[in-house]
Ligand binder design. Structure first.
Ligand code: R5P
Length: 300
């Protein structure tokens, strides 16, 4: 087996390779003056099972193009099978037409990946489980919830003083699974609304008995607005300490500052997206999903 990595999240790819007792195979990315890129694989892949790791986080379009060219190079050079590991799957939020006239971006990406001949996709905490249906190759949909559950268990908190909270209705399934992993820890959810024209996020209603500690669980943090309105509402409803567990640290705009200045005690994220030094903040803790991905590669 050979493993390649695009440039978006090499530290994660290196950890996955280490877990597989492999070294990353060489890849050359040449950038032309007009910013077009030429991709060249530097290892033989004829009749090899190949894994490619590339998170399609920001710059999403560039990271996708790089992945597409890597896949093309692998196919042309005779790879026997290709597993695309896309820990954070860009464009996944546009998984249906929210309003008349919109494109369904995730379907377009799925079509391209299919046409480039991937044999399997491994991804983590997709925005909706329906995304899997956009592919006609096997999709291994992993979740960071087990990694989160381990950390929450280690805290040794009294179950009845804690509530798991989904900041929107879309995360209710996720929160129920996590509750099951934590001996049926109580859970609740917030009714959130995002104005599609202005981007303004509001959260009015919370369902569930608020304990002393609240744990907000989400699939991603982008602008940080969802976490801000959810934690404000939880404080108003009596929560004393708020913790956040969110898989993908998209961290767009000034999310790191918003999160550091917010009322939350700590923000746990997974390493599905590489967080550069300038986006790290004291309340942030990054948990690795590399072992989980490596185990999935080994066992499938
Ligand atoms: C929305 O449905 C997602 O689950 C996240 O809550 C959302 O993408 C977070 O975005 P932001 O940080 O910009 O509020």
């Amino acid at each position: 087996m050979k493993i390649f990595s695009g440039t978006s999240n090499k530290p994660l790819a290196e950890k996955i390779a280490k877990n597989l007792n492999l070294k990353l195979s060489g890849l050359e990315v040449f950038v032309f003056p007009d910013k077009e890129k030429r991709i060249r694989i530097l290892d033989k892949v004829l009749d090899e099972d190949v894994v490619v790791v590339q998170s399609t986080s920001s710059p999403t379009d560039e990271n996708y193009m790089q992945l597409f060219f890597i896949l093309d190079a692998l196919k042309r050079n005779g790879a026997k099978s290709i597993t695309a590991v896309i820990p954070y799957f860009g464009y996944q939020r546009q998984d249906h037409m929210f309003r008349e006239g919109e494109a369904v971006s995730v379907k377009v990406i799925a079509e391209i990946l299919k046409s480039l001949g991937i044999n399997k996709l491994i991804s983590i905490d997709l925005h909706s489980t329906k995304i899997v249906e956009a592919f006609n190759v096997p999709v291994v949909h992993l979740s960071s919830l087990a990694v989160f559950a381990k950390i929450i268990k280690e805290k040794g908190w009294d179950k009845d003083s804690v509530i798991l909270v989904s900041p929107d209705m879309g995360g209710v399934r996720r929160i129920k699974i996590l509750s099951g992993m934590l001996n049926n820890m109580p859970y609740g959810f917030i009714e959130k609304n995002r104005n599609l024209e202005t981007g303004v996020v509001t959260a009015e209603k919370i369902t569930g008995k608020i304990g002393k500690k609240a744990i907000i669980v989400d699939d991603m943090i982008s602008s940080g607005k969802t976490i801000t309105v959810a934690s404000d509402l939880l404080k108003k409803n009596g929560a004393e300490e708020i913790y956040v567990f969110a898989t993908h640290p998209v961290f767009s705009e000034n999310a790191p500052k918003i999160l550091q200045d917010s009322m939350v005690e700590k923000v746990y994220v997974a390493d599905t997206i590489f967080v550069p030094e300038e986006k790290r903040f004291p309340k942030l803790e990054i948990l690795s999903v590399s072992e989980m991905i490596a185990n999935s590669i080994k066992s499938n």
